[in-house]
Design a binder for this molecule. Structure first.
Ligand code: ASP
Length: 431
């Protein structure tokens, strides 16, 4: 029998997890089976998923370092990096803003918070812990400034040990650049060494990825068996708004940009990125998905390592269209539920803070929800209101993370083409 393709196997894992978890949860709610038993099933699912997640996390740092260094040394001309960076940031800014606009328009149209019974939500949120607000009482400006400063690691080894993405990216880029500047025999030796490490890391990644269907099954089981339906009903309209807006961005806006700017068929490209998108959905972490995003884009979508190794790790950390959109919808929803009509000016503040919050959010589960506290404070809403929407956060996190990864992937394709088109004739031989 022909072996099923990876994305089919992942899909099967996902559907199986949901098909077992959902009925269990339903029956437990009606007293058909012991609630404790269902909780135990959810815990087992999470444990299985977590094993897979840990394997992914294990390979992320060495994979990114090797990939970035090889990407930069492979550039040939270091000036290329400037051009790549320019296109990358322009595209990231554009798509995040478009996502936020879609979110705001959709929330104003659907008005999910109008007439919502706050008490029902509060009852649902009982027992849900408000995420730790690690950011304290700092403003977004301060958070971003700290992030910029801390991009320069005082100790690159410590940053690597901690898995701090931005400092790792910063150091690896510089290291790669200086391998090129050094040149000669040492430069050539190091270039080959990193290429070899990269080849090994890719092989390791392929191995871990083979386990994705099992990990995805576990996480789906956890999500389906663990979340009660009650929360979904109370927050139904809100969830629909977020999901609809995400769908418009992922299925209309980004594909248009992809075909206009990258001249790629969105359908074929999405099929190539399927393994990464499905994994993003079940792990709810852009960082953990990165190994799959990198391999899918290089091996299945044919984007060069030189572009993807730069665009994707950066995107996993700073480009989060799904998160930006979600921040905007959630804040407007909470405002509506409190009966506070936000003026246009206030909505612009929401848009701007949502953008900054998405840049500041880490590519890990629930990071966007933690950042929401800051956005709520920016428009004068109580930060504790985050508690109201926590009950359904996992599911929305899964959806927005897929959109985050989808946006990063389209960025790699778009930047690859723009870079090719705008390369000066004497440079184009290099790329
Ligand atoms: N989980 C998201 C991600 O990793 C971030 C978020 O919480 O919105 O991309």
């Amino acid at each position: 029998m022909r072996k099923l393709q990876l994305h089919h196997r992942i899909l099967i894992g996902m559907v199986l997890g949901a098909a077992i978890g959902l009925p269990l949860n339903l029956v437990a709610e009606q007293g058909g089976v012991d609630v404790e038993l269902v909780r135990e099933v959810a815990r087992v699912g999470e444990a299985v998923g977590r094993l897979f997640l840990r394997l992914l996390q294990m390979i992320v740092v060495p994979l990114i370092v090797a990939s970035l260094v090889t990407g930069v040394t492979g550039l040939g001309d270091p000036r290329d990096l400037g051009r790549l960076g320019g296109w990358t940031f322009a595209y990231y800014g554009l798509t995040s803003l478009l996502a936020i606009v879609v979110g705001i328009v959709m929330t104003n149209l659907v008005e999910p918070g109008r007439g919502v019974a706050l008490e029902a939500l509060e009852a649902e949120s009982q027992g849900q812990a408000v995420p730790d607000v690690v950011e304290g009482n700092r403003t977004l400006g301060q958070i971003l400034w700290t992030q910029l400063t801390e991009m320069i690691p005082t100790n690159p080894v410590a940053a690597t040990a901690e898995g701090d993405m931005l400092p790792i990216i910063f150091f690896s880029l510089l290291f790669g650049l200086f391998i090129t500047f050094t040149g000669g025999e040492p430069g050539a030796r190091l270039k080959t060494l990193f290429e070899d490490i990269f080849a090994v890391m890719m092989k390791m990644t392929m191995f871990v990825i083979e386990l994705a269907p099992i990990g995805v099954f576990g996480f789906m089981l956890y999500a389906a068996a663990g979340s009660g339906l009650g929360a979904f009903i109370a927050l139904g309209k809100y969830m629909i708004t977020v999901v609809l807006a995400l769908a418009v961005h992922a299925l209309v806006t980004l594909p248009i940009l992809l075909s206009l700017l990258a001249r790629r068929s969105p359908l074929a490209f999405a099929r190539a990125m399927w393994p990464a998108l499905l994994t993003a959905f079940s792990t709810a972490s852009s960082n953990a998905t990165l190994p799959l995003t990198l391999t899918s884009i290089e091996e299945r979508a044919g984007v060069s390592n030189r572009v993807s190794s730069f665009v994707l790790p950066l995107g996993a950390t700073v480009n989060m269209d799904g998160t930006a959109l979600y921040e905007a919808v959630a804040v407007l929803f909470i405002a509506q539920a409190f009966g506070a009509d936000l003026t246009l000016a206030q909505q612009v503040i929401v848009a701007f803070t949502a953008l900054l919050a998405s840049v500041g959010a880490a590519g890990i589960p629930h990071a966007g929800t933690v950042m929401m506290v800051v956005v709520l404070e920016a428009v004068g809403l109580p930060a504790t209101a985050v508690g109201l929407i926590l009950a359904v956060d996992r599911v929305l996190d899964m959806a927005r993370t897929s959109v985050n990864v989808w946006s990063d992937s389209t960025a790699a394709a778009v930047v690859a083409r723009l870079d090719r088109v705008t390369a000066t004739p004497d440079e184009s031989g290099v790329s």
